[in-house]
Design a protein around this ligand. Structure first.
Ligand code: ADP
Ligand code: ADP
Length: 232
């Protein structure tokens, strides 16, 4: 089964003449253990697609399935539990808790879920994030790249079935961006993590297994094992 299955998804904003069809009949399978990029011009519906898939927003019609879970049939409480237990997010703006250390930010999803951290997995994630002594630092004492690595670690540590990353390298210089992409890539290669990443950047997309292109709320093209020159 796919990690996520999107079928005939439609989402509009506004009414009457102001109506915008942000998603216009999108059908897409996200394969388990793959790193998928979603690309497309600004306004093409990428964020809306991520939000509907990650149970942060509801579509008007069509369906989203995460693993075995059909989102449309679930109430808000069940969706909250699904987000907590099955889904990881990485946002462009990091979204770290400023009063907590890097390490506390990373363990937060586990504490919220009332789980005991799997120590071996936690150590592995921490090692990959490569923050060393800065784990005890607060976000404002970290560089942008380090903060985003913390955000990625936080998304990975509870072993979600799927991770959604909305332009995770959008605010980073190319070197920090590469560090974040390396971390995402190794979680796919070494741990079979499923990741969907929105990006504008062909260099970032070239790290993925598959690129899906959106335009005007529709999927218009797809590439497997992309290299940079194909995307540019
Ligand atoms: P992208 O992420 O590709 O830039 P979005 O999903 O953010 O695209 O937006 C798709 C379309 O929906 C755009 O025309 C955008 O202006 C519109 N849109 C997105 N969110 C809202 C909203 N909350 N209210 C009204 N229009 C929105
Ligand atoms: P991006 O293009 O980086 O995906 P946007 O700047 O389009 O992001 O959107 C950022 C946020 O603003 C999103 O949460 C989106 O839903 C919302 N948004 C986008 N377009 C509109 C709009 N026309 N009206 C209201 N909210 C919008």
């Amino acid at each position: 089964a796919p990690a996520a299955r999107v079928q005939n998804l439609v989402k509009t904003y506004g009414v009457g003449q102001a109506e915008v069809r942000a998603l216009d009949d999108v059908t897409l399978d996200i394969h388990a253990g793959e790193f998928t990029a979603v690309m497309g011009p600004s306004g093409s519906g990428k964020s809306t697609l991520m939000h509907c898939c990650a149970a942060l927003d509801r579509a008007d019609s069509g369906s989203v399935q995460i693993g075995e879970h059909q989102l449309s049939g679930m109430n808000d409480k069940a969706l909250t539990r699904l987000r907590r237990d099955e889904i990881g997010f990485v946002f462009q703006s990091f979204n770290l808790v400023p009063t907590l250390t890097a390490e506390e930010n990373i363990t937060l999803p586990i504490s919220i879920a009332g789980k005991k951290p799997d120590r071996a997995w936690f150590d592995q994630v921490i090692a990959t994030v490569d923050l060393g002594s800065r784990l005890a630092h607060k976000p404002n004492e970290l560089s942008g790249g380090q903060q985003q690595r913390v955000a990625v670690a936080r998304a990975l540590v509870s072993r979600p079935s799927i991770v959604f990353a909305d332009e995770p390298t959008g605010n980073l210089d190319s070197r920090s961006g590469a560090e974040v992409l390396q971390l995402l890539r190794s979680s796919v290669d070494e741990h079979g993590q499923t990741i969907v990443m929105v990006t504008h950047d062909p260099v970032a997309a070239a790290w993925t297994d598959r690129v899906v292109f959106l335009a005007d709320g529709k999927i218009v093209d797809e590439l497997r094992n992309p290299d940079r020159d194909q995307i540019l």
